[in-house]
Write a protein of this length. Structure first.
Length: 489
């Protein structure tokens, strides 16, 4: 016989809800575990969000009947309306801001018992389908907010990153790897064809392949150009490769290549089957975020906040941070992720085990460092580094309807980005000659020697050799040949 229905206190109901959320048991098992009727258990499960909200408002937890008060629902409704208005204006929101606003609403409603705790925030996000930006992404491409700091920005699931200031501080990156652990030169897409930081740079000497369009998104023109160049490279190396890509419209379907055979994954292929989503991109972003934080931490005495410092990072700095982070991803990690995605290896090729989140001790970024940076920004100090790493994991990187001429589009935004990019180059004293550069490096050598920094001293010696070599080449170009000294009159 089924147990008779018995009245439960709110505290007892919360215990049932917590057990259900943790153990994921059936309603029948839940009823048997707490000796209540199956219908009563089902009712508690179906109303668990309301029960948790009531619990959060700190009402009498020992009362038997649940006369749910509307105050919690009113706070929720007003806070969500405010959230939508903020997102419509492209205002970045953090968890701390949402909780502060909820508390402000509660005070205006004279609900003094309401505590806008982290638990309330998590349930608020769940009720309204709010999360870190997770628009569906591709297996081989990822978006990157290159100046992002650990001030968590929330947005609605499925919303495109189509406006606001943050849209101007994002890049799209194409990763190409193979089962042997090799990686191809990264393709990086920005807004301007030649940002201010690149003015004196030969783009062909960058450690990445730089492309551009108005929204920093992948297009079929960009993908085609990249693949054609890669195909020619494979031809010179006498190699044939099989390349798996997804079915994004920016990936050309009719491209004729001689050395690359493209295989399109079936529509809606899950990330489980895609090696780059099995830890390669996450590993890359972990290293990139760590490098950014180390860069800021080393300069914390230069400015009043981390935000001031991150604004000084220009796109040339970002490109080299990106390349260094990519080099930090080990071949073992790449090979292991192919294995995790279900790719079969030949018996003679057995991938070594690798921790996809492995850091060298000197490169580790403890949570205390992130908390310190956040405090300098006036944000809440508790930050989950994993959330910070994954903040922009799946930004929209393909415009499904965009068919543009890349060169034309790049020219249109170049001037605009020239004005927007923050740079301190003009404000700083420039080193104009090679001699001045050598003198500066000599000062760095002395600094490292006084600090007993052997690694830094060696790096300065290597840098000194570089500038000395450049000086010698310039000197030779200026000298007359022997024939000039013996010209006939």
């Amino acid at each position: 016989m089924a147990p008779n229905k018995r009245f439960l206190t709110l505290k007892e109901k919360i215990e049932i809800v917590q057990f259900y959320n943790k153990e994921k048991v059936s309603v029948r098992a839940l009823a048997r575990r707490f000796e209540i009727g199956k219908t009563q258990a089902a009712t508690i499960v179906s109303k668990r969000d309301e029960l948790l909200m009531e619990w959060e408002t700190n009402v009498n937890v020992n009362k038997k009947r649940n006369f749910f008060k509307p105050e919690g629902l009113k706070i929720d409704e007003l806070c969500y309306n405010w959230f939508l208005q903020a997102r419509n204006k492209n205002i970045p929101l953090s968890g701390g801001l949402i909780r502060t606003k909820a508390k402000e609403i509660a005070n205006n409603l004279k609900i003094q018992s309401f505590a806008a705790s982290s638990g309330w925030l998590e349930r608020f996000k769940k009720r309204h389908n709010i999360t870190f930006k997770t628009v569906s992404g591709e297996a081989d491409e990822t978006g990157l907010f290159f100046r992002a700091l650990p001030n968590k920005t929330y947005s609605l699931k499925g919303e495109k990153c189509s406006g606001g200031k943050l849209a101007k501080e994002r890049l799209s990156i194409l990763h190409c790897v193979n089962m042997a652990g090799e990686r191809e030169k990264l393709l990086v897409i920005g807004r301007a064809a030649r940002p201010r930081a690149f003015q004196r740079i030969n783009l062909n000497t960058l450690p990445v392949s730089w492309y551009s369009n108005r929204k920093s998104w992948m297009t079929s023109d960009i993908m085609s150009d990249y693949l054609v160049k890669w195909d020619k490279k494979m031809g010179r190396e006498k190699r044939k490769i099989l390349l798996f890509v997804d079915n994004a419209t920016s990936h050309p379907k009719d491209l004729k290549l001689k050395n690359i055979k493209i295989v399109f994954l079936p529509p809606n292929t899950t990330s489980i089957c895609q090696p780059l989503d099995q830890g390669i991109i996450k590993n890359f972003k972990t290293w990139y975020r760590a490098l950014i934080l180390k860069h800021i931490l080393a300069r914390m005495d230069e400015a009043t906040s981390a935000e001031d410092l991150v604004k000084k990072i220009n796109l040339l700095d970002v490109i080299y941070f990106i390349q260094k982070a990519w080099n930090k991803v080990t071949s073992a990690t790449i090979t292991n992720c192919f294995k995790k995605a279900g790719f079969r290896f030949n018996t003679h090729h057995s991938p070594e085990e690798s921790n996809d989140n492995e850091f060298e001790e000197e490169d580790d970024i403890p949570l205390a460092v992130i908390a310190e940076i956040n405090r300098s920004m006036g944000q809440i100090s508790h930050v989950d580094f994993n959330e910070f790493v994954n903040f922009d994991n799946n930004l929209y990187v393909n415009d499904e309807n965009m068919e543009i001429d890349v060169s034309t589009e790049s020219v249109e935004v170049a001037a605009e980005d020239e004005e927007e990019e923050v740079t301190t180059e003009n404000a700083e004293e420039r080193i104009k000659t090679n001699r001045e550069a050598i003198e500066t490096v000599q000062k760095l050598k002395s600094f490292c020697a006084n600090k007993d920094d052997i690694k830094g001293f060696q790096a300065c010696c290597d840098l000194m050799l570089h500038f000395e070599s450049v000086s010698l080449k310039q000197f030779n170009l200026k000298q007359k040949t022997l024939e000039d000294y013996f010209t006939q009159n």
